[in-house]
Design a protein around this ligand. Structure first.
Ligand SMILES: Cc1cc2nc3c(=O)[nH]c(=O)nc-3n(C[C@H](O)[C@H](O)[C@H](O)COP(=O)(O)O)c2cc1C
Ligand code: SF4
Ligand code: SF4
Length: 242
């Protein structure tokens, strides 16, 4: 039996992902191919809510899971869950531990996978997808997985929404053809023909990366620019249950 097949069961084994700028989607596609499990995009209509083994992937946002990921996980039933988060090589904090604890998930595996950063246009870092395959072994384990505490960045708890707003803004830079691709990509109804409603926008970058004309860009605050120049953390971290 291949490493990832888990204890034979009657339910659905699947890979589900949430992705805004494409990194997590790429990792999820790779792991779905390797496992042979069906791939679902979180948030799309018709996605199952009951699983035998669920591998869930999402990006790290401000050392947390995005709220959309929380909403998905709190409404699913699964016998075993493994969570893999891509992060922009700054720091992931305790994002998986926090989600597993708050949602009482039957966690058997956790992975932090370094990835290009959504805010850096010329970040051509290649995700180590071969290394990431080890997360599939989690489904041979019985759990529960208790994660060790990682360090939290100072300031993570202070006004995360305000900090996201102050740090990055999506701005039009001309050339808009009105094609609506940005509107379709935005999960928050926060952009129309390149004009962004800053009160709804979570600065996820989906509109910026979906625009065929490259008519949108991120304006970053000097503080965030300096923060993004920090030394990169390129370690794949994987925890498996006993
Ligand atoms: C709003 C926001 C917050 C982010 N916070 C972090 C962070 O705390 N640490 C980090 O290393 N990368 C951070 N990133 C980078 C993403 O985690 C990374 O680029 C991820 O792979 C994006 O996944 P996606 O392309 O599937 O959306 C952040 C990106 C965004 C848009
Ligand atoms: S995707 Fe780009 S070109 Fe199309 S409407 Fe949005 S900003 Fe304009
Ligand atoms: S408008 Fe904001 S929330 Fe919507 S896709 Fe763009 S960055 Fe994300």
């Amino acid at each position: 039996m291949p490493d990832h097949e888990g204890v034979p069961g009657r339910g659905l084994n699947a890979v589900v992902y949430l992705s805004y700028t494409g990194n997590t989607k790429k990792a999820a596609e790779h792991l779905a191919k390797k496992s042979g499990w069906p791939l679902y995009e979180c948030g799309l209509a018709g996605i199952p809510s009951v699983y035998e083994n669920l591998l869930f992937l999402a990006p790290v946002h401000g050392e947390r899971l995005p709220e959309e990921a929380f909403r998905f996980l709190e409404n699913v039933e699964a016998r075993k869950v493994a969570i893999a988060l891509t992060f922009g090589r700054i720091w992931h904090g305790n994002a998986i531990e926090e989600a597993a604890r708050k949602l009482s998930l039957p966690l058997v595996g956790a992975m932090y996978l370094p990835a290009p950063h959504s805010y850096l246009h010329h970040d051509d870092y290649e995700m180590p997808l071969n290394e990431a395959e080890a997360i599939l072994r989690a489904f041979r384990k019985d759990g529960p997985l208790v994660l060790p505490k990682e360090k939290d960045t100072f300031g993570r708890w202070f006004f995360p929404k305000w900090r996201a707003r102050a740090g990055a803004k999506v701005a039009p830079i001309g050339r808009c053809t009105g094609c609506m691709a940005c509107e379709k990509a935005c999960h928050f109804h926060a952009v129309h023909k390149g004009m962004v409603d800053g009160t709804r926008c979570i600065r996820c970058g989906a509109c910026v990366s979906s625009c065929p004309e490259k008519a949108l860009t991120f304006h970053l605050s000097p503080f965030l620019k300096a923060y993004l120049k920090r030394k990169r953390d390129e370690k794949v971290t994987i925890y498996l249950a006993e």
